[in-house]
Each structure stands twice: as C-alpha cells, then as structure tokens.
Design a protein around this ligand. Structure first.
Ligand SMILES: Cc1cc2nc3c(=O)[nH]c(=O)nc-3n(C[C@H](O)[C@H](O)[C@H](O)COP(=O)(O)OP(=O)(O)OC[C@H]3O[C@@H](n4cnc5c(N)ncnc54)[C@H](O)[C@@H]3O)c2cc1C
Length: 424
C-alpha cells in the first residue's frame, strides 16, 4: 500500500480472516450531491460506535456513514481479535478503573449485537512474560490492576505450558472477562446491525473535506455530501484529510496465520481449549488459536509500510521460537494493517473545529476503546453528558514534522525492539 499521501486505505495483501470471495459490498456507493444531519467518515469500531449512539439520541436524524472499503476488508477486519475489557493504561489507576467498567458495559452491548458467529467460546486470555524485563512489566501491570480494581491472577510457567503446550514463558497474568473474536465476522455483524435510519456507503472514500457556510462537505470519487456535523473516525487516515497530523502517525502492525493444523498437533498446542496470549512488552508478539485450528501471531511495527518478505520472516521466526514443531507448516498468510499512534498513547478526541469532531489514535486496542470513544463523541456532539476522555486518557502530545518524525520513530523502535528481546 502507498499510504503516505492516499486519503484512504488500499491494501495490497488480503488478510487471513476471510476468503477474498466473501468480500462483496452489501451497500451502495455515494453518488451525486446529498445533504444530511451528520456524516461519519469510516465504518470501523469508532465510526459504528458514533453512528449507533447518534441514532439512539436522535432517532429521526439523517445519519450517513462513508466507508472507503468493503466492510471487513480494511483495518477493522485485519486485527488479532482480542476484545479487551482490561484497561492497561489510564491517566491514573482510578481512571483505569473507570475505563475498565466502561469497557465491560461496552462489551456487554457488543456481545448482544456482534458476537453471533464471531466469538470463540470459552477462551483463556492472559499476558505472558519470557524475559526479566517482561517479568518487571508484568509486576508493574499487576500493581496497576490491583489498584484499579481489575481482576487478574498470576500464572506459573507450568500453568502456561499446560494451556499453550509451549515452555517459552516464565509467568503470566490471567485476565478474565476478555474475549477472542474473528474480527472480520465482528465488524460485519456490527455494520449489519446498524439501525435502518443510518445509511452506510461502501467503497466511498472521503477524498476531500472542506468547510462550507452551513457545515462540512465531504467529497468522494463519485459524489459529495454536506452536513452541519462531520465525525472523523478514519483513524490512521485522518491526517491525510488534513486533520490531526501534528499529533498522530500512521503505523502498520502485522499478523500471520498458520495453515489449518492436523487435529493432534493443534490439540497439543491447545490442550485445554482456545487461548490468547498478550505480550509483556509493547513490541512483543501476540499469539492466539483460532476456531478452525490455526495459530495466529501478531508482531512488529512499520512506518507507513504494508510490509515485505522480511516482515513475514520476522513473524515466522517469532512463531517458531515458541513452537518449533510448526517448522514444516510456517505461515500460510500474513498481512499488515494500520493503526494510528500518538506519542503518549492518548487519543485525539473531541471537537477539532466548529462542527468537526474526531476520535482517532486507539493505539492498537481499538475494538472496545474505539467503540466507547465513538459513543462518547456522539454524546459530546449532541450536548449530552459524556466521559471526560481527556482527563481519563490524557491529551496527545505534539509530534515533530517529517523527516524528524520518521527518524525519531526508527530510533525509538530500534531501542524498544532491543529492549523487548525474546518477548518479540
Ligand atoms: C494486525 C493488527 C492486530 C490488531 N489486534 C488488535 C486486537 O487484538 N484487539 C484490538 O482491540 N485492536 C487490535 N488492533 C487495533 C485495532 O484494529 C484498531 O485499534 C481498531 O481497528 C481501531 O478502530 P477504528 O474504528 O478507530 O479505526 P479503523 O479500524 O482503522 O477503522 C477506520 C475505518 O475508516 C475507513 N477509512 C479510512 N479512510 C477513510 C476515508 N478517507 N473515507 C472513508 N473511510 C475511510 C477505513 O477503511 C476503516 O474501515 C490490531 C491492529 C492490527 C493492524
């Protein structure tokens, strides 16, 4: 993907969660000139969260969602599928506790409207540490979880081995309440369950956004649409439309998936059933099993690049370090997906200009966070009470322009990669 200037995603590699033949649009494209009450740019978790909440607050309003791709083909359908209630960060432990409860109720709603055919039943989700540094990170996280009232329990190396079949990890933190999903199925269900008053357009990227005397005009390749309010929920691509560039950067992270494994081999990797492991370092590898008997690995970050053969080798090596018995299988498919990263992890959230609202920068855990921040943004824009997101999560710090930004990213990620060591 050439992402540096494109105002919308155009992935070159398919992802392993669906057959490309499944990806047919179910909604029309935007054509001609239209007007409405609110435009939402992006039908990911954030955009769908905004749309649902606006429709709930104003059931007679005319709400339109522009999605650049076919639902499920893009970023929201390419992730690892961890639906995380636990808040691993927050401005304070109290803030993390508040967020945890909000994520729980966000998942309750998602369970009702999105989980059919998407969720993996009875999965165990935990963090695992393989290094001294990882162990220190787990201890710090355990302190935060304890102070913020989030449930967890320590897991021994032996316990981790009995769940994953691998002796790679020294200790872990069990994190009850979280879920594993097929993200393609989840985002498809969420889009499908939107109330009928919301009109969703697929393959209709906003390529330009401009202010008019009565609000905002979004232009797509085949049409244009005007409304008093516009919501930017296009995450990593907001900057390409001219907003948030000083605070966020488009980052790729990558995932790979094995072929369907023989039943006896899969049973040895998941003796107690399905599991998902989160790394103890932010540049570490995430691993999980899937309902159809495969193993997925996510790791590595790239600056505005969809990845190349070295990305595949990196992922495969990390997988084989943990599961040498998979050497004759390797990765059947691998792919990249975008996330929007802010320097300090705080989202860019709120009203950026009169009538222009944004929630971007989920920093890689956006399934519940994006949904919650989207709902809250709809509340803010409708004059309803809402969470004080900036107080709970902070405000994003300024990022230097190019080329210093790119150089800085490369330096920080080289240092972090070294620090991550065997967590990678
Ligand atoms: C490999 C990988 C693994 C990940 N694993 C997890 C995980 O396990 N759990 C988790 O919570 N998060 C995970 N993430 C991160 C998660 O996918 C994101 O945080 C989440 O998708 C953000 O949601 P969003 O709706 O804010 O943005 P996005 O999901 O990026 O959605 C934005 C939408 O806007 C559309 N768009 C972009 N530009 C335009 C435009 N100009 N006009 C119209 N539409 C546009 C895009 O096509 C997209 O559909 C992972 C990400 C990747 C890449």
């Amino acid at each position: 993907m050439n992402t540096s200037s494109s105002p919308y995603p155009d992935y070159k590699r398919a992802c392993g969660w669906n057959e490309p033949s499944e990806l047919s649009p179910k909604h029309s494209r935007l054509t001609g000139y239209q007007t409405c009450d609110a435009i939402i740019v992006g039908a990911g978790y954030t955009g769908i969260g905004i749309a649902r909440q606006l429709a709930k607050l104003k059931p007679n309003s005319d709400i339109r969602v522009l999605e650049a791709e076919t639902i499920g083909a893009g970023s929201p359908g390419r992730n690892s599928g961890f639906v995380l209630e636990h808040a691993f960060t927050g401005a304070t432990p109290e803030a993390a506790g508040v967020l945890y409860h909000r994520y729980q109720s966000t998942q309750d709603v998602m369970r009702e409207i999105g989980y059919t055919g998407a969720v993996t039943a009875n999965s165990k989700i935990f963090k695992g540490a393989a290094t001294d540094r990882g162990m220190r990170n787990l201890s710090a996280l355990a302190t935060l979880l304890e102070k913020s009232g989030q449930p967890f329990e320590w897991m021994s190396a032996e316990r981790l081995r009995s769940i994953t079949g691998s002796s790679y990890y020294r200790a872990g933190l069990n994190l009850p309440g979280n879920s594993l999903v097929n993200p393609y199925a989840l985002i498809s269900n969420l889009a499908q369950s939107l109330p009928p008053i919301i009109k969703l357009y697929e393959q209709s990227p906003a390529v330009h956004l401009s202010r008019t005397s009565s609000g905002w005009l979004a232009t797509t390749p085949e049409g244009s649409i005007q409304a008093p309010k516009v919501f930017l929920a296009n995450n990593a691509f907001a900057a390409s439309l001219g907003f948030g560039n000083a605070y966020s950067v488009k980052i790729f992270t990558y995932a790979g998936i094995t072929p369907k494994l023989p039943a006896d081999l899969f049973a040895a990797l998941a003796p107690e059933g399905q599991w998902g492991l989160l790394p103890a370092h932010r540049l570490g590898s995430t691993l999980r099993t899937t309902d159809d008997g495969r193993l997925l690995i996510r790791g590595f970050y790239g600056y505005e690049r969809e990845g190349n053969d070295s990305t595949r080798r990196y992922l495969e090596q990390s997988l084989l370090n943990r599961f040498p018995e998979l050497s004759s299988y390797g990765l059947e498919e691998w792919w990249g997906g975008t996330t929007s990263l802010t320097a300090n992890g705080a989202p860019l959230w709120g009203q950026l200009k009169k009538g222009l609202f944004a929630s971007i920068g989920c920093n890689g855990v956006g399934i519940l966070k994006g949904t919650l921040l989207g709902q809250q943004l709809a509340n803010l824009a409708s004059g309803q009470p809402c969470l004080n997101v900036n107080e709970l999560m902070g405000v994003p710090s300024w990022m230097p322009p190019e080329p210093i930004r790119h150089i800085g990213f490369n330096l920080v990620s080289a240092v972090e990669r070294r620090l991550a060591g065997a967590e990678r």
